[in-house]
Write a protein that binds this ligand. Sequence first.
Ligand code: BTN
Length: 264
Amino acid sequence: MDFNKEAIADRLVGRYIGNVIRFFNEAGSTNDIAFNLALHGAPEGTIVIADLQTKGKGRMKRVWQSPPRCNLYTSIILRPLTDPASTAQIPLMTGVAAAETLSRYCPSDVTLKWPNDVQIRGRKVCGILTEMKAAKGPWVNFVIVGIGININIRKENFDESFREIATSLKEETGKDISRLDFAVEFYDYFEKWYRTWVKMGFEPIREAWLAYSSMVGRQVQVVFQGDIRKGEVHGIDDSGAMILEDEYGIIKKIMAGDATLIRQ
Ligand code: BTN
């Protein structure tokens, strides 16, 4: 199945997300390309897609494994009329869109893990990295939403360190998945959730996010720069922070880190 600019453009005619498409057979990082395009005035809804990334970026300066011909690596330019603090809601909104898309292939097995991992049967299948450019006034200039989704990569091709914690749609379904179909479905869900967020704010996003999350009411451990916090998850607030109740009953807001469920 062809996965190229023409095929994608053909399927996205008339859409807001995907009104401009930049496709690369090889790129450093689609986030870096999108950031640069946005600096030069590219409109909201522009999407950048690469078949292969040589410098795929993950959260916390990690590398995002990006081999050719198997996965989706894409970045979307947004220019919301919002203050910088509210942009923390965008990765959660993106997680919901990715979870809905993945659920079409693996119903009931998709979960969201704070802050923005999407998992199938407890293994990571999608990562989200947003980057923002502030402006002089109260609104942001633009936000780049980078999404990496493991579609047809085989388990043996993951770096050894990810093999037990990551998965792909092919591994989970046993089938080859059309990247074209998947990408078009994802952009459609993304557009739907972005419009919802712009019109109705964070509440519907929080509700959908919590419905996909397996974390509320569970004990977790969050590690951030060597600091370990433990507690029971109560939810997420408007800044995207995780609300934790620690062992002394004190409510804490956790802004960043890697969360793991504690088995009991
Ligand atoms: C994570 O660490 O979970 C976030 C991974 C985000 C990867 C995507 S792939 C497309 C876009 N371009 C990048 O360089 N990173 C994001």
